[in-house]
Design a protein around this ligand. Structure first.
Ligand code: SF4
Ligand code: SF4
Length: 83
């Protein structure tokens, strides 16, 4: 690889890292509010078992959440908010 090709590759890698950083920064976090009825539909669709159903309202463990939004989409009473 010559110097010109190397610089081109380096610029592409830098742009990619910048883009990924922006995507991560824009990623929403999901929270369950007191409007939760305990129906557990969010619990059933969560692909990472990130939702604790021991109490109502249920609780999302942010350490396991992948921010996919499935719980937010399925909640029948709009009890999940994203910030
Ligand atoms: S889907 Fe909504 S109402 Fe049902 S348990 Fe989850 S947050 Fe609560
Ligand atoms: S956003 Fe996705 S991973 Fe996070 S709690 Fe909801 S369903 Fe689970």
């Amino acid at each position: 690889m010559n110097r010109r090709e190397f610089l081109k590759q380096a610029a592409l890698v830098s742009a990619g890292m910048l883009f990924c950083g922006k995507v991560n920064a824009a990623r929403s976090e999901y929270f369950i509010t007191d409007d939760c009825t305990g129906c557990e539909q969010c619990y059933d669709v969560c692909p990472h078992q990130a939702i604790n159903d021991e109490d109502v309202p249920l609780k999302i463990d942010q350490d396991y959440c992948s921010h996919c939004g499935r719980c937010y989409e399925i909640c029948p009473v709009g009890a999940i908010v994203k910030r």
